[in-house]
Design a protein around this ligand. Sequence first.
Ligand code: MN
Length: 323
Amino acid sequence: MRNITRLTECLKGVRTVAITGHVRPDGDCIGACMALWHYLRDNYPEIEAQVFLESVPERFAYLPGTEQVACQPDGRSFDLFAALDCSDTERFAPFMRHYETAGKRLCVDHHVSNRGLGDFYWIEPEASSCCEVLFGLMEPEKIGLSAAQALYTGIVHDTGVFQYSNTTPKTLRTAAFLLEKGVDFAAIIEDSFFQKTYLQNQILGRALMESMLICDHKVIVSALRQKDMEFYGVGPEDLEGIVSQLRLTRGVEVAIFLYETAIAQFKVSMRSKEVVDVSKIAVYYGGGGHKRAAGCTMQGMVHDVVNNLTLHISRQLEGRPED
Ligand SMILES: [Mn+2]
C-alpha cells in the first residue's frame, strides 16, 4: 500500500480501468466517478474505462456519460480498479469481483474512518468531498468541461452548496477554478441539489409534521415506517434531504432521521451542528461518516433505536467520556 499525490503514479501500463463508488451513490460519489471517467477519456486515449454504480438517480442524468454507467458487474478483469468516496470494501460490495480480479487497486476518499485500502490510495479527511481530493490528484490544465461539471457537482452536494463546516478556502478555490472551465453552476445547484419531485416534497412534509423534539429540545427525531413509504409511493432515494431539513430547526444540536428497511430494522441518518460528533456514534453501531453527518443501520423498535442513540448524544452533550 502506498500514498500517491498524482493520478499518473498509478496509471503506468494501465489499459483498462474499472471505476466505482459506494452503494446508494450520492452526488459526490457519482461526480467523482464521472470526473475520473472523463479525465481518462480526455487525456489517455489508450485507456478504456468503465464506471460501475448500483444506480444513477435521475437528477444526475445531466452529467454526460452517465448513460454508459454499468449497474451490474461483468466478466472482465481490469488493470486498475478505482474505488472513490468509499471508506471500506463493504461500500462497493456489488462490484467486489472487479476489486478481487484487478491488477492494482486505487482508493481516493475523504472519510475519517478510511484506514486505507488497495495498492495506491490518497485520503484527505479534512477535504470537503471526494471530488475535492480527486481534483488535487489531477493536472488542472487537463480537466475538461465534462470532468469539471462532475467535480463541481460532487463538491456542491457534499458541502450542501458550500455551507457545511467542511467547506474550506481550498474548497472554494477549487470551485472557482471549475467555474473558469465554464461549468453551468446555477443549473447544477438547482436541478441536482434543491429540486424535488412532488412526492419527495410530500414525504418531506410528512416527516417534518411527525417529528419530535427530545433531550431538552436539543435533538429532533423523525421516523418513517415502510407502510408510510408504500402509502406515498416513495423509496429510499426520495428521502435524501429530510435529515438536513430537520437539522435546520432552531435550537437543535442533532437531527436524527430513520426509515424502516425491514421489520424492526432502520437506516439511521444523523446530522449535528457544533458539538456532537455523530460519526463516533455511527461507527459504534457499525456505520460511518463524518463529524457532522453520519449514518448506520440499527435493529429494534423506533423507541429502542432512538433511546440507544440519545444515550450517546447526551453523553457527548454533557461532555462525559464514552464507555
Ligand atoms: Mn463524499
